[in-house]
Ligand binder design. Sequence first.
Ligand code: ADP
Ligand code: MG
Length: 613
Amino acid sequence: MKKKLKIVMISGILIAIGWLSNLLNFDPLIFNTAMVAAAIVAGYQVAISAYNTLKMKVISINLLVTIAAVGAVIIGEYWEAAAVTFLFAFGSYLESRTVGKARDAIRDLMDLAPNLAAVIRDGEEKEIAAEEVEIEEVVIVRPGEKIPVDGTVIKGKSEVNQAAITGESIPVSKETGDEVFSGTINKNGYLEIKTERVGDDTTFGKIIELVEEAQEEKAPTQKLMERFSKYYTPGIILLALISYFISGSVRLSLTLLVIGCPGALVISTPISIVAGIGNGAKNGILIKGGEYLEKSGEIDMVAFDKTGTLSKGEAEVDQIITYNKDKAEVLRLAAAAEFNSEHHLARAIKKKAEKMLETEFNSPINFESQTGKGITAQIDGKEIMIGNSRLFNEQGIEIKPEIEEQKNILEEQGKTVVIVAENKQIIALISIADRPRENAYQIVEKLKQVGIKKVVMLTGDNKKIAESVASELKLDGYKAELLPEDKVKAVEEYQEEGYKVAMVGDGINDTPSLVTADIGIAMGAAGTDAAIDTADITLMADNLNKLPYAIGLSKAANRNIKQNVVFAVLIVFALLAGVLGQKVFLASGMLVHELSVLIVIFNAMRLLRYDIA
Ligand code: ADP
Ligand code: MG
């Protein structure tokens, strides 16, 4: 049995014995002895920790309680001494249990961590600890088993439940070449996985670490509370002394000490934050700390990046128009040049090339990426350039009117068009269909429901496409043809207009604006560590619906914190009034105090059950 519970029970029994003897009209000495004993049992630890913190020159709540209890014994109020210490011990027992429950949200998550992995060593299958798998080693995962490492599927096909990472339990199909994550569950197929990361280095390991750190981080309100109680607690002692000199009543002074305990106030903010962050983690939403939870509760504008965020992550090559060049050759050069690019357009080009040409590509030389414009690289001694008009204008490469004309036609169909050049000669246009996500049209409405006033899009893509996406999705505005630094400026302008801006991007090439915004949110971040590092909030799933959830949760957490703080302050004032009006004494004061702490905790626990309507 837990020590805290034992203490509470023994002191409770002693109190019961005391009252029983009183009821049976035994010698009052028995009553008094039992009560003092109960106070010592319940108050011993409290006094010790009061002494320890006092050594560090901190006046703690424990000290207030200790003085009150000792004082009560001295003036002969044995029952009050027992009641105060018993209630305090009981309260802190319940508190640690419920706070523990809030933190369990994280423990539940940790339970999802894989323990064992099946690998082939010396030609034999062996079960080893998941952290001991080596990089590049192949692990075998059978149906129903947990995937023990981050890696790439090299054999087999299956459906995988990635809820541990993304918070979404709809299975995702995985086959050769696909990325899989530690902690996710292989549903129905046999998989062989080449290991890329193990243990703490996996995405899952990162999540656990981040959530643990986040819960330790203090929110501004919490810092304020702590500064406040540093002055408040000694202030209460002073008040008790003054009231003794004025009224001459020790009892009144001791009662002031007890009801002055700022317990509910001190716990009000951290408990809401732990619960809020815990709820987020379970739903694939990583909130970096209390500060960000509080800040995102104040967001009233959301700015989206387009490519990869509002539009589908799965862009597809639509048409390749060539100029005096073989189509397959264009595709080969383009895919090779884009080899090192993570951009969604680059991925689309590479995917198309792999499908059509069935070859592998090697890393090009002199690869250079110009964010928001395109790339240059050298393939087989040829200088390949792929990007938008801006890139070509800057390089002084003329785009002939007939090419411009064809580009316009494609763009009017809502396609993103990149120009491909070989040795500064334009050899092709590649149009890429980068459609808004299926659920994107509901997003504006959902964001408004959670209190967002304005939803806009900031994109590096051209105006025509931006216009068509913005009107299709009924956005409140858009800005197009922006370089990363222009996105920063756009965010700053909105901030100057008085908006609290959340910038949502894929975290790959919009880092500067994510940092500038009041809150930077990266989406679809599973597997991309850079995104997790820069964003304040990371949505692991590649799903827009998690965004209103994250904002709604933050707003709920903020409301929760406010409710708790207001309630705690009201209780302090009510108790103070009660004491001065001689209605509240030691035991009843402590009872109300502990009840208020529990009410604050239970209110915060509601956040664990938050779900968007
Ligand atoms: P968004 O802001 O919509 O996410 P980006 O800033 O990522 O867009 O890109 C803007 C434009 O820059 C693209 O529409 C494309 O024309 C060009 N571009 C960027 N990266 C690449 C690349 N790797 N290959 C070809 N074009 C690119
Ligand atoms: Mg982008």
